[in-house]
Design a protein around this ligand. Structure first.
Ligand code: PNS
Length: 186
């Protein structure tokens, strides 16, 4: 069988346990797996490119055939530049399928020699996405079990000023209205 070098592209803002699960599965079947973080100037990410690079490097340090890099522009061109012949993407649920199919076919149109391979993360992560993790964390909810502990710490550090402000506001409301919120942040 040919030895296949694959690219796993994404935003990883932040990396979740679902991403890590997929990287570990991919590392088992590909000779080399490059995790490519998109540097997207249109979106304003929660984590800078440098922070996402650091997180993914720490989280995959135990996987010797995994490399973490950043890219911009067309994914197919980047894949070509690193000699990847395959693109790895995760499908969690049927709802992912339409977007992923469209992207895979567009990428095939752009570069017919590049194959997209889909893998499923463990079912316990089937509802986990970076967007929902950001939403829960920003509202002060617990993200334990959804992201690696290292990412949890980074989220806490990033959102600490916002949490503090939120708590101060609640305290002020409680002082002026006498109504105190029961819920305690975990
Ligand atoms: O994790 P995401 O945000 O769903 O990843 C999307 C990503 C980065 C794979 C996709 O947006 C991408 O490949 N962007 C690079 C630009 C590109 O090649 N666009 C054409 C895709 S059909």
């Amino acid at each position: 069988m040919n030895k296949v070098s694959a690219l796993y592209p994404g935003s990883f803002d932040p990396p979740t346990n679902g991403h890590l699960d997929l990287i570990e599965r991919g590392a088992k079947i590909f000779e080399e797996l490059v995790v490519g973080i998109l540097r997207n100037s249109e979106k304003s990410p929660m984590f800078s490119l440098a922070e996402r690079l650091e997180m993914l490097k720490v989280l995959t340090a135990h996987l010797k055939n995994v490399r973490i890099e950043a890219f911009h522009g067309l994914m197919v061109e980047y894949a070509k530049s690193i000699d990847a012949t395959c693109v790895l993407r995760g499908i969690r649920a049927v709802s992912d399928y339409e977007y992923e199919l469209q992207m895979a076919l567009m990428n095939r149109k752009l570069e017919p020699t590049l194959e997209t391979v889909f893998m499923m993360p463990a079912d316990k992560y089937s509802y986990v996405s970076s967007r929902l993790v950001r939403e829960v964390a920003q509202a002060g909810g617990p993200v334990k079990g959804l992201v690696p502990e290292f990412v949890e710490q980074k989220l806490r550090a990033k959102l600490e000023p916002a949490y503090k402000f939120h708590d101060e506001m609640q305290e002020e409301v409680a002082r002026t209205t006498g109504v105190r919120e029961k819920r305690k942040r975990k």
